[in-house]
Design a protein around this ligand. Structure first.
Ligand SMILES: CC(C)(COP(=O)(O)OP(=O)(O)OC[C@H]1O[C@@H](n2cnc3c(N)ncnc32)[C@H](O)[C@@H]1OP(=O)(O)O)[C@@H](O)C(=O)NCCC(=O)NCCS
Length: 223
């Protein structure tokens, strides 16, 4: 895992098609976050796969899921991106049959109505302790990471995935553990973890067979 403060990203790392996409984005905040997400993803790809960042194209499926192309060919693997408030995180794995999702959230209060609407009954009990404000954000973030790993995002009901346990100490390579499951996809094994980054939380959810979290590649950047 690497973490970095990189300043505003340059635009010259973008491929031709990415430059065209950027030119169509009208809202400055969306432009800045998209650009930082691409920059973070390409820094990670360049670090683990080699090559000039302009050789990669980070595209999105129709449903929003990101993927990587090089020389017109899709790079086998799974990429996930999250960006918020001048920060971005991304994760990549080239392990066959493994999917992942990463999410970045600011720690801030969530209303009781939000928790009631989006969390399962077990999650509502799980977050009722002393760290309630943090844990509500943590459970939400883990759910988003899982929904990204499933490739569907918020098109799926947020209660289709569930956080069962939150560990408060480090378990694997800087990540504190989360026990999660998706009852409708019982064939999937899951590994999930979280960590604090200042006033933000990062969660990572990985699903597939024979998961080995130590092989995951994660990059965090702040603009
Ligand atoms: C994916 C989603 C959960 C991300 O939520 P978010 O907290 O707003 O944003 P994040 O910064 O954490 O993540 C954004 C990234 O998620 C990724 N993403 C989008 N849809 C995805 C999907 N179906 N599967 C996996 N990843 C996805 C993209 O890489 C996106 O960044 P990019 O557009 O710059 O490439 C959410 O945007 C979503 O589900 N969107 C699709 C459904 C939708 O638009 N619903 C309307 C709102 S209810």
């Amino acid at each position: 895992m690497s973490s970095d403060s990189a300043g505003a990203p340059p635009e010259n790392f973008l491929s031709e098609t990415e430059l065209q996409k950027l030119a169509q984005m009208r809202f400055p905040r969306r432009r800045a976050e998209w650009l930082l997400g691409r920059w973070t993803a390409k820094r990670l790809l360049a670090a683990v796969e080699g090559r000039d960042p302009r050789a990669w194209q980070v595209e999105n499926e129709a449903d929003g899921q990101p993927y990587v192309q090089a020389d017109g060919e899709r790079l086998p693997g799974c990429l996930s991106i999250s960006h918020r408030s001048g920060q971005a995180v991304c994760a990549w794995t080239s392990a066959p049959g493994v999917a992942l999702g990463i999410d970045l959230e600011r720690i801030e209060p969530r209303s009781p109505a939000f928790v009631r609407d989006y969390f399962t009954a077990a999650e509502q009990v799980l977050i009722a302790g002393a760290a309630r404000e943090r844990d509500a954000v943590l459970v939400w973030s883990a759910k988003e990471a899982m929904l990204k790993a499933l490739g569907r995002g918020l098109r799926l009901d947020t209660r289709a995935v569930e956080v069962l346990r939150i560990a408060n100490h480090e378990e694997v390579a800087g990540w504190r553990g989360l026990t999660v499951h998706c009852p409708a996809r019982s064939e999937l094994d899951w590994w999930a973890g979280w960590r604090l980054a200042g006033n933000f939380l990062v969660t990572l959810a990985v699903c597939g067979q024979d998961l080995d979290p130590s092989t995951l590649q994660v990059q965090e950047l702040r603009a």
